[in-house]
Every structure is written in structure tokens, then in C-alpha cells.
Design a protein around this ligand. Structure first.
Ligand SMILES: [Zn+2]
Length: 137
């Protein structure tokens, strides 16, 4: 029986979809895709300075799994730095801690406790999708 892959918990979505290189002209950069759990591992360990034990608890994974995710994430970021490649945040085996949505009209991300018909708090649009759907596109 195949082992079911468990999803990793993400607390807050990234504020951007990715990062673009500076100072490269005339060629389309070959982007590095950073999965959302890899973004979260870097956020927790290098931005919030948690220990790997603490970050593993936050993401609801084992410590060895967290270490593997983190090493892959750092390798991708290093590749982007050294080779001058864009970084795109996309995909991942994840779920969000709370009910997060993204507005298709103004691109705002928000969480809403009214679950049946969420509305954008910035532009009042009802053209919103869940972030889980957004990042798996
Ligand atoms: Zn909006």
C-alpha cells in the first residue's frame, strides 16, 4: 500500500508570487520554482529564527522531513542567486492554517471567517478563489 503523503501546514501566504533578477537584459530568465513548503521552511528557520524542531511542529511534519524540505529550499535559492534566475512561488503539498483567499480583481490576499460567500475586503469584489486553489494552478 503506498504511503499517503501528508500535506504541510503553511501559516501565512507569501506576499509576492516570486522574485525577479536585477540587471539582466535581453533574455528570459529560466526560473526556479520554490514550492510553498520550501518557502515556509525558509521563513520559519531563517526569518523567524526558529529551531528545526520548532519549525517541524509548525509545519506538522517530522524533523527529518523538515530538514529535507529546508535543504532543497536553500539549494534552490542558492541556484537562483548564483545563476541569476527568477524565483517563482508555486505548488507544494500544503494547506493553509486558516481560510485564505485571493482576489482575482485586485490580487489582495486575505482570510475571511464568512465561509460561504467570501468578499474582498480591499475592493469588495466577489471574484475570489481559495489560496489552495491559487497555488496549485
Ligand atoms: Zn479585491
Amino acid at each position: 500500500m503506498p504511503r499517503r503523503k501528508r500535506n504541510r501546514r503553511i501559516q501565512v501566504p507569501p506576499v509576492i508570487k516570486g522574485m525577479s533578477v536585477y540587471g539582466v537584459r535581453g533574455r528570459k530568465s529560466n526560473e526556479v520554482v520554490l514550492r510553498l513548503e520550501e518557502y515556509e521552511a525558509i521563513r520559519l528557520l531563517d526569518y523567524q529564527n526558529l529551531t528545526q524542531e520548532q519549525a517541524a511542529v509548525h509545519m506538522d511534519v517530522s524533523r527529518p522531513t523538515l530538514t529535507r524540505i529546508y535543504e532543497e529550499a536553500r539549494n534552490k535559492v542558492a541556484t537562483a542567486f548564483v545563476e541569476g534566475r527568477d524565483i517563482i512561488f508555486r505548488g507544494g503539498d500544503i494547506y493553509f492554517d486558516e481560510n485564505w483567499f485571493k482576489c482575482n480583481d485586485c490580487q489582495a490576499s486575505f482570510n475571511d471567517y464568512v465561509e460561504d460567500k467570501p468578499q474582498c475586503p480591499v475592493c469588495s469584489s466577489s471574484e475570489v478563489i481559495t489560496l489552495n486553489a491559487y497555488y496549485s494552478q
